[in-house]
Design a protein. Structure first.
Length: 224
């Protein structure tokens, strides 16, 4: 049986408890706690709201529009932080293992999205991801959904410094909160869950439970 996402994150935290300093642990926990405290679900788009047209850029550098994504059915968009994020390197392979095969059987697309431009090819190769990974240029979609944030600590950046804006390719401290968005073929939101604490994310069973029977009807009909 596959290890749950919660258990996988618990193992990551346990490793950090063994290897990180007390100061590092306290800082990481404090940043996540502040994000949870400031998170306002009431400010997010609601179930049934339509998502306006958007354009992502996939791992091959090709445009990937909303209408292309939804051309033949529903879609699940998983928003993650960036290719080198340790928690994302747990969550994305988990979805590849536990979610992708079951979505494919239902004719539902799975796409991972982050602000990182261009897409980190090492992330895909490292985990042999079977779904598309896409960039959200200028944070356009993530901002429209209200899932980006700026950390309180934004120190000045020296030339050629290794910092999150350079990693993302955005030259900004702004970053996405992990989230899962389920869209029907009319681009209406059927499920939307945001995780301000990046060590607590939506599990596959919850995502699958958000898909009613009509999401699979087209593929079932085609199979007859």
């Amino acid at each position: 049986m596959s290890t749950s996402l919660t258990d996988r994150f618990a193992a990551l935290q346990a490793e950090r408890d063994r290897t990180w300093s007390a100061e590092q642990l306290a800082h990481n926990a404090a940043v996540r706690r502040v994000l949870v405290e400031r998170h306002d679900p009431a400010a997010l788009p609601r179930i049934g709201d339509a998502v306006a047209p958007f354009t992502l850029v996939d791992q091959h550098g090709r445009d990937l529009t909303r209408d292309q994504i939804l051309a033949d059915g529903w879609a699940v968009l998983v928003f993650f932080r960036f290719g080198g994020c340790p928690a994302c390197n747990i969550a994305l392979p988990y979805y590849n293992e536990t979610l992708l095969p079951r979505l494919e059987a239902r004719g539902v697309r799975l796409i991972a999205v982050s602000a990182q431009v261009p897409v980190d090819p090492d992330l895909i190769a490292r985990h042999n991801l079977g779904f598309k990974v896409a960039s959200d240029p200028g944070y356009a979609l993530a901002r429209a959904l209200g899932i980006t944030f700026l950390p309180d600590d934004q120190p000045p950046v020296a030339p050629d410094q290794n910092w999150i804006g350079a990693t993302l390719g955005t030259n900004s401290y702004e970053i996405d909160k992990p989230a899962v968005l389920v869209l029907d073929q009319d681009a209406r939101i059927r499920f939307f869950n945001v995780s301000p604490d990046w060590l607590k994310r939506t599990d596959s069973e919850t995502i699958l439970a958000s898909l009613p029977h009509e999401a699979t009807r087209a593929v079932e009909t085609a199979a007859r």
